[in-house]
Design a protein. Structure first.
Lengths: 138, 72
């Protein structure tokens, strides 16, 4: 096999992969647009959210946790991650316990304000899907 | 400063610290645990991965199905 043929085959493989990734991203964005247009408290909205939940649940059931190379992974900075998460949860809980909500907004009420328009709701849904992909692709 | 502005400022400060720490750890990923490293570590635990899934499911259900005021 010549070097030229191998290079052409490799570039075809790359362009197929690029097309597949592009199609998947376009499908996810289209799904987000449709799902974010559905009214809360309705069955269609429940189904639109359940589909990714079931899909990721199946992925988790079928995959086994990987042992990984924990010994080689850096360990510094864990406490900062824990502290940042704790700070976020603490401020959320403090706001949640206080009222009125307009004076003590929670993350949910801030998200509600962002999601009062279809583009805002679409952005939130797409971000939620992207986080799910990031978490469960491994 | 009103209570609402103070709360927004606290959230903004925490968000800024998150972003700074994500960027910092990514820039020094050979020494510090990155966001990806945290997620990978969580997804290796047989129980932790389901806790992560349940948390993600809760956020999606709460925001897009239950909608405004579900927990007010």
């Amino acid at each position: 096999m010549t070097e030229h043929t191998e290079t052409a085959r490799r570039s075809r493989r790359v362009s197929w992969r690029t097309a597949a990734v592009g199609a998947a991203v376009a499908a996810a964005l289209g799904y987000s647009w449709v799902a974010s247009g559905l009214r809360p408290f309705t069955h269609p909205a429940a189904v639109a959210v359940s589909i990714p939940l079931v899909a990721t649940g199946v992925v988790l059931l079928r995959s086994r946790p990987r042992a990984g190379d924990a010994t080689e992974a850096p360990r510094r900075g864990w406490w900062v991650w824990v502290a940042l998460f704790a700070a976020l949860m603490a401020s959320e809980l403090i706001s949640y316990r206080l009222s009125p909500r307009i004076d003590h907004p929670t993350l949910s009420s801030i998200a509600d304000a962002i999601m009062s328009t279809h583009p805002g709701r679409f952005a939130m849904f797409a971000a939620w899907l992207a986080v799910g992909y990031w978490l469960f692709r491994r | 400063m009103s209570s609402a502005n103070l709360t927004y400022a606290v959230y903004a400060a925490i968000a800024a610290l998150w972003v700074l720490w994500i960027v910092f750890t990514f820039a020094r990923r050979n020494r510090y645990v990155t966001a990806d490293g945290v997620a990978a570590r969580l997804m290796r635990g047989p129980i932790a991965r389901w806790v992560v899934w349940a948390s993600w499911a809760f956020v999606g259900w709460h925001l897009f199905v239950r909608g405004r005021g579900a927990f007010e």
